[in-house]
Design a protein around this ligand. Structure first.
Ligand code: AMP
Length: 513
């Protein structure tokens, strides 16, 4: 099935229902959204694009993003959404590697890409969505929906590439449909009364949540700022009501700080889906205390988008459960359309409570990496996706993630999971953020080092933090060194760059003689 069917149906059932908004302003209703997408499909086909071709999007958040995605699908094309925060050279790499034949841009980021376009092998058209040329594309006749098989490529998603070049993850129509249905069963039952707010880049998970909300015939809201501004989010939520949004843990933190500091009323927010990186138990407790029962956690990765496990609202709220604290620090249970196991290096299931690699199987798992059979074969083995994440299942099926396997520290032959040490250090009231990494050590292999960001105006010493660790975890796990820094290095998605922190600890190599 072609995922554009979701829009076709919503528009037929309820053409007058409001669909796309910029801030408070209505941009289009479902009938108009569908008409413009179908016209874009005709224009793309008239421009010579053929089924299976790829169309890249390098845009800041805007309603046209969804028009182009659905337009491409109507035409039987696949999309390559590029994170608008990337450097133009990184964006050019993705457009070129994905062999896109057309690129849709917003002028703010697109202009920097233009000088690089002549070097891109396949690009024939660059279309700025703010120009009359784009407007006239949306006035063509309406295309019919192209036939697509479930395994056809729908979305070529590039990994954030914290190590090496980003890889293209092939996401099919089946993958996105399964992900969309899981949103209803495991995350939040979206309804026509809801509004999804795009506070994170639409090229990533936040944008993928559009499909559940198209299915529901809900409203879509792009903040005027195009991104994440806590005051704007609270204001827009109060206006639109029943707002759902995806937010990385760092965004949740900023929103909670804002609501706490200003006393703003968060009641317009229905659901904040958080994930994409670790949320510490202390942080989610505080978030719920300040903002109420508005949270659901998901764990996913580009290779099984947004869909590995979920920690449901009811589990977050069930404070009387004897293992509530453990559950808060977990990522919840397997979502309904996938199986999740924890395995040893040979892919054999480990007993509950034993950490190992998290593997996933189901309809959300990618088809493979684009033009990279070797990486595909390493990552999908016997039908299971090897996530590279280390975790442990408990007897109730809750998964707790330790770390990416490459982030695990091995000191004196013992495995140390930085996440566990970070959870303890975050319990100190002066600590705002912390990241624990391994530093090469001649005798021990590695030793534990903590990078610590203190809250504004707060003070703490290494000795105090050491005391805290001694009170909570085994001696060998405690950091041997505390480095107080103003901020942690993060990538465009807000993930801490542990590789960069590790590099800071390695003495520079001797210059060549
Ligand atoms: P990406 O493919 O860029 O979305 O990154 C996916 C990775 O982010 C996963 O493999 C995990 O390491 C991490 N991640 C995603 N969701 C969570 C979560 N809820 N808690 C902790 N880590 C997460």
């Amino acid at each position: 099935m072609n995922l554009a069917t979701l829009l076709a149906r919503a528009a037929r059932v309820d053409p007058a229902a409001p669909a796309l908004h910029v801030g408070r302003r209505l941009h289009s209703r479902y009938g108009e959204f569908d008409r413009r997408a179908r016209a874009l499909a005709t224009s793309m086909l008239d421009a010579g694009l053929a089924r299976g071709d790829r169309v890249a999007l390098f845009m800041t958040n805007t309603p046209e993003f969804l028009e182009v995605v659905f337009g491409a699908w109507y035409a039987g094309l696949a999309v390559v959404p590029v994170n608008c925060k990337l450097h133009p050279r990184e964006a050019a790499y993705i457009v070129d590697h994905g062999e896109a034949r057309a690129v849709f841009v917003t002028p703010d980021v697109g202009h920097a890409l233009m000088p690089l376009v002549p070097g891109l092998r396949r690009v024939e058209h660059v279309i700025d969505v703010r120009t009359p040329a784009f407007a006239s594309m949306t006035e063509s006749r309406a295309a019919d929906i192209a036939d697509r098989a479930p395994d056809d490529l729908a979305w070529l998603f590039y990994t954030s590439g914290t190590t090496g070049q980003p890889k293209g993850v092939m996401i099919t129509h089946r993958n996105l449909l399964a992900m969309t249905l899981c949103y209803f069963s495991d995350v939040d039952a979206a309804t026509r009364e809801d509004a999804i707010l795009y506070a994170a880049p639409m090229s990533h998970g936040a944008g993928m949540y559009a499909f559940a909300h198209v299915l529901a015939g809900a409203r879509h809201v792009v903040p005027e700022s195009g991104g994440f501004d806590p005051a704007e989010i609270v204001e827009l939520s109060a206006h639109h009501r029943n707002v759902a949004m995806f937010a990385a843990p760092t965004m949740v933190k900023r929103l909670v700080d804002h609501v706490e500091a200003t006393g703003a009323d968060p009641s317009g927010v229905k659901t904040i889906v958080y994930g994409g990186g670790p949320m510490y138990a202390a942080d989610i407790r505080r978030a719920m205390a300040v903002m109420g029962p508005r949270f659901v956690q998901i764990y996913g990765q580009g290779e099984s988008p947004m869909t590995i496990t979920a920690l449901a609202r009811r589990h977050l709220l069930d404070t009387s459960h004897p293992r509530h604290t453990e559950r808060l620090a977990s990522v919840g249970v397997a979502q309904s359309c996938v199986e999740v196991r924890v395995t040893d290096e040979n892919g054999r299931s480990l007993p509950n409570g034993t950490p190992g690699e998290v593997v996933v199987r189901g309809d959300t798992v990618m088809k493979g990496y684009w033009r990279n059979a070797e990486a595909t074969a390493n990552t999908i083995r016997d039908g299971w996706l090897f996530t590279g994440d280390v975790g442990a299942l408990d007897d109730d099926g809750f998964l707790t993630l330790m770390d990416r396997s490459k982030d695990m520290i091995i000191s004196g032959g013992s495995n140390i999971y930085p996440r566990e040490v970070e959870e303890v250090l975050l319990g100190h009231p002066a600590v705002a953020e912390v990241s624990v990494v391994g530093k090469p050590h001649a005798d021990w292999g590695e030793e534990v080092v903590a990078f610590v960001v203190l809250r504004e105006g707060a003070r703490a010493t290494g000795a105090e933090l050491d005391r805290l660790c001694l009170d909570h975890i085994a001696r060998f796990k405690r950091p041997k060194q505390y480095l107080f820094v103003a901020a942690l290095p993060k990538n465009n998605y807000g993930k801490v760059l542990k590789t960069e922190l590790r590099n800071r600890l390695v003495p520079p190599a001797d210059p060549p003689a």
